[in-house]
Design a protein around this ligand. Structure first.
Ligand SMILES: N[C@@H](CCC(=O)N[C@@H](CS)C(=O)NCC(=O)O)C(=O)O
Length: 321
């Protein structure tokens, strides 16, 4: 794992020394927007944009789910990096489930970043939304990319589906902030902590948050009420990785997802929505985490278990999209 500094790749892990052993996620750098009218400089046009993703990554996973549910598979094409992130960072391959770089023909994702900005300084992350016409990166922040997918391409996809409905936007924003800090990023804060206190603080916050979400889902079907919204998909990508990876690899083992009746059933319910299962690649997920963090798992052995079956029956009913 590394980063670009003034356009030069450096092998470097996150600095946790200056923050008391705490992992702090840096802000993403490319923050432009695709809009229907193109006034932003990036008009929503079929075939124009390309998503670079990892099937292992929970942030990239959000964009694949929204792309699928909004019917944008033929509008925005995708390149999938190899699950192993080693020297040089994310790279492309023809291993199962991965693809070459279908647009720029690069070997490494950091070379794509350099095409967009030759003197780029920052981390090289997935998801990354690429504009083929201007030859640059539009945005590399998943929270913003899913908002674009939800509405900017409505002339070309499922305009009838809205995962950020006007009436509950405040609730969604509030839930997202909580879930991001305590759960989505919370598992990373636990896993990447390099001091005992930092780890304990993160894990305690994480499980308090999961307890609260469990309680919320005992009272209502979805996080923002009766309908599934982006808040649910954002939580889902962390939950689906929880028992296979975070419990062991990131030491988030106070409870398993399977120990929370509502969170477990909710994860199964979302997994069983219209081929969302097709966006979940447990092989890439396990392969990535267990082999790409040698400071956590130096042997790079990928555990065989646990057995998880998200196709299990649940009692939460079907999901209306
Ligand atoms: N805030 C970003 C975070 C993306 C992110 O950190 N992705 C990870 C993969 S799970 C990554 O590419 N990490 C590479 C690195 O940090 O060097 C987003 O939500 O899009």
């Amino acid at each position: 794992m590394g980063l670009l500094v003034d356009g030069v790749w450096h092998e470097d892990w996150y600095d946790t020394e200056s923050t008391g052993g705490r992992f702090e996620r840096p802000d993403t750098r490319f923050r432009d927007w695709v809009t229907p009218d193109g006034r932003s400089g990036y008009p929503a046009e079929p075939g124009r944009y390309h998503l670079y993703v990892s099937l292992a990554c929970p942030w990239a996973h959000r964009t694949l789910i929204l792309r699928h549910l909004k019917g944008l598979e033929s509008v925005i094409d995708v390149s999938v990096v190899d699950p192993f992130m080693g020297e040089g960072g994310w790279h492309f391959s023809d291993n199962p489930g991965a693809t070459p770089d279908r647009v720029n023909g690069c070997e490494y994702l950091h070379q794509v970043y350099l095409k967009a900005k030759p003197d780029y300084t920052g981390r090289v992350t997935v998801p990354t939304l690429w504009d083929k016409v201007r030859g640059t990166i539009v945005n590399n922040e998943s929270a913003e990319i899913i908002r674009m997918l939800n509405s900017a391409f409505d002339d070309h996809g499922r305009a009838d589906r809205d995962f950020y409905p006007e009436a509950v936007r405040d609730d969604i924003d509030r839930i997202n902030a909580f879930v991001y800090d305590r759960v989505n990023n919370g598992v990373y804060k636990a896993g990447f902590a390099t001091r005992q206190e930092a780890y304990e603080e993160a894990v305690t916050n994480l499980f308090e948050a999961l307890d609260q979400l469990e309680e919320r889902l005992s009272r209502q079907p979805f996080l923002a009420g009766d309908r599934v919204t982006e808040a649910d998909w954002r939580l889902f990508t962390t939950l689906v990785r929880f028992d296979p990876v975070y419990v062991s690899h990131f030491k988030c083992n106070v409870r398993r997802l399977a120990d929370y009746p509502n969170l477990w059933a909710y994860t199964c319910q979302l997994y069983q929505v219209e081929n969302v299962a097709g966006t979940v690649d447990l092989d890439h997920i396990k392969r990535h985490y267990f082999t790409s963090h040698p400071m956590i798992n130096p042997t790079r052995i990928i555990p065989l278990g646990p057995t998880v079956d998200y196709n299990a029956p649940h009692d939460r009913g079907p999901v209306t999209l």
